[in-house]
Design a protein. Structure first.
Length: 79
């Protein structure tokens, strides 16, 4: 089964994305800040990450670079 990380600071987009994908993935974690995303990524790897490019404290590009370096098998979708 697929594990998913959603990084999105807009609550309505985060919730709608969770609802849309919940039937297709095994586990979903979410972060609303870059700091939360980095903390989750430090603890475990994911099969897929959905990233918002604009976060209050980080760039989606920075998170994507971290994923590429530490979790090269994780697929990334940037929105």
């Amino acid at each position: 089964m697929i594990s998913l990380l959603i990084v999105e600071d807009e609550p309505r987009y985060l919730e709608s994305t969770r609802l849309l994908v919940s039937q297709y993935v095994h586990s979903i974690d979410s972060a609303v800040t870059g700091a939360q995303a980095f903390a989750l990524l430090a603890r475990r790897g994911y099969d897929l990450a959905l990233l918002d490019l604009r976060l209050p404290d980080a760039s989606g590009h920075d998170i994507m670079a971290y994923i590429r370096q530490h979790h090269p098998d994780c697929r990334v979708i940037v929105a």
